[in-house]
Write a protein that binds this ligand. Structure first.
Ligand SMILES: [Fe+2]
Ligand SMILES: [Fe+2]
Length: 268
């Protein structure tokens, strides 16, 4: 199948492991065929998801104390949920925007290559964590989770630059800020195996933010404003959450996201 149909198939698959498997199949099919396909007439408003986890308000997601195996399970579950969302976010980026007129025809394949590669990483991240949960006697779906990530993406479904500003450069960049502390806490609790997994994820997420930064700058170059002020305007208009410090400046800089992008938006 062409890429856009494959991306819609990922979004329409409810079973989490099957969704991840389809994301990986999409990426290898793209690498073989480089066939984009036609613009979708409709895209799912919400990606298909399993009956569990129950989606609740962020305030009702249980706190994660890492001293107990229960607490570690809840933390890994929360990260697995983020990765499952990230699969859908990358698939939606592909299905919705690969044929967007802001991309020059000659740049479309590079865009598709970048986001299929991100989607493949997210699928691996999810599967790794789902396996780890199972090794701990748990499974994805055992804890409630929230729908904040998809909601943030949904509000930018009609605005390509805003989507690129918010999904990778606000949400995934936030992951870079908080993951080192999770890794330390897992190591402190003696769970080196889980800590190593989060380290792999962290290293690859720097690449995802870098992908977002590259495409954001590409889109911003089509505007009269500076890339930074365009970013500020889009985030202020389309992102309802808060941009919280402390920032992982080292990782953000490595990803091509300078302080001038995020610091002026910070609430503290
Ligand atoms: Fe990920
Ligand atoms: Fe990611």
């Amino acid at each position: 199948m062409p890429l856009i149909s494959d991306a819609i198939r990922v979004l329409s698959t409810a079973d989490p492991r099957a969704k991840a498997a389809r994301a990986r199949e999409m990426t290898s099919a793209w690498r073989d065929t480089q066939l984009v396909g036609k613009s979708p007439t409709t895209l799912p408003d919400q990606p298909a998801r399993p009956a569990k986890p129950e989606l609740v308000s962020p305030m009702d997601v249980p706190r994660r104390r890492l001293g107990s195996s229960q607490g570690r399970g809840a933390l890994l579950h929360a990260v697995a949920h983020i990765e499952l969302n990230a699969i859908d976010l990358a698939a939606d980026m592909i299905a919705r925007f690969t044929l967007h007129p802001a991309l020059r025809e000659s740049d479309r394949k590079r865009f598709a290559a970048d986001w299929t590669s991100v989607c493949d990483d997210e699928a691996r991240h999810f599967l790794m964590l789902a396996d780890r949960l199972e090794a701990l006697g748990l499974s994805y779906g055992d804890y409630p989770a929230h729908n904040g990530l998809w909601e943030a993406a949904h509000s930018t479904r009609d605005n390509f630059p805003a989507r690129v500003a918010i999904a990778p450069l606000v949400l995934e960049a936030r992951g870079l800020d908080v993951t080192p502390n999770m890794i330390n806490r897992l190591n402190g609790a003696g769970d080196h195996k889980s800590a190593q997994m989060l380290q792999v994820i962290y290293d690859e997420e720097i690449g995802h933010v870098a992908t977002g930064a590259r495409w954001f700058k590409y889109l911003a170059a089509q505007q009269a404003d500076s890339a930074e002020s365009y970013f500020h305007e889009l985030v202020r208009t389309h992102f309802k959450g808060q941009i919280k410090s402390p920032f992982n400046e080292k990782a953000r800089t490595l990803a091509g996201l300078a302080r001038t992008y995020y610091e002026p938006l910070s609430v503290n």
